[in-house]
Ligand binder design. Structure first.
Ligand code: GDP
Ligand code: MG
Length: 206
């Protein structure tokens, strides 16, 4: 029997328009960065395979198609997400201030069974700009926000310089995987009750 199991994890990336969501994904999956700004059109998701211990994991990373400007991402975008990546730009205060909205909107739309333990990750992007001189959100402030949300993991990244991008996505995969284990356990614990119930019902029907 093979110990290898392939696991599909759905990851969605949220945050204000222009913070670098598409660039982070492109850097991670295609090892490419483009300075040119183009609102993402039509792309649903990209995939990346990685191995974590004895597990083969396929990350299915969903990008918005620019609709984040109107905060109207359809329900299919959120459905079945295993991890939610929130991104802000360390040089733009508003993109940090709106994190609460993105966080709450995710919980409202995805409606996970346990909102307190659902895996989120925060990325503070574009730390390369101006050697950090135009930065307006301090690392301390970002970490405080993460602590206030039941200790969300935090990474400072640069999609342009490929700084911390792999590390962040590895953490994303591991966190999503850990949460998936918990779902498995709950599922198996539920089985005996279901069996008993079915037997009783079939007994009555005959
Ligand atoms: P999205 O709207 O969140 O998907 O943002 P994009 O990925 O389209 O990026 C918006 C703009 O920011 C583009 O011009 C990117 O080239 C630029 N950008 C993204 N990430 C970085 C980064 O880490 N550093 C710098 N200097 N520019 C970035
Ligand atoms: Mg985009």
């Amino acid at each position: 029997m093979s110990l290898r199991r392939r696991t599909l994890l759905k990851v969605i990336v949220l945050g204000d328009s222009g913070v670098g969501k598409t660039s982070l994904m492109n850097q991670y999956v295609h090892k490419k960065f483009s300075q040119q700004y183009k609102a993402t059109i039509g792309a649903d998701f990209v995939t990346k395979e990685l191995q974590i211990d004895d597990r083969l994991v396929t990350l299915q990373i969903w990008d918005t198609a620019g609709q984040e400007r109107f905060q109207s991402l359809g329900v299919a975008f959120y459905r079945g997400a295993d991890c939610c990546v929130l991104v802000y730009d360390v040089n733009v205060m508003k993109s940090f201030d709106t994190l609460d909205n993105w966080h709450d909107e995710f919980l409202r739309q995805a409606n996970p069974s346990d909102p307190r333990t659902f895996p989120f990750i925060l990325l503070g992007n574009k730390i390369d700009i101006d050697g950090g001189n135009s930065r307006v959100v301090s690392e301390k402030k970002a970490r405080e926000w993460c602590a206030s949300k039941d200790n969300i993991p935090y990474f400072e990244t640069s999609a342009k310089e490929d700084y911390n991008v792999d590390a962040a996505f590895l953490c994303i995969a591991k966190t999503a995987l850990a949460n998936e284990h918990e779902q498995d356990i709950r599922y198996f614990q539920g089985i005996p009750e279901t069996v008993v119930e079915t037997e009783q019902r079939s007994g009555c029907a005959c």
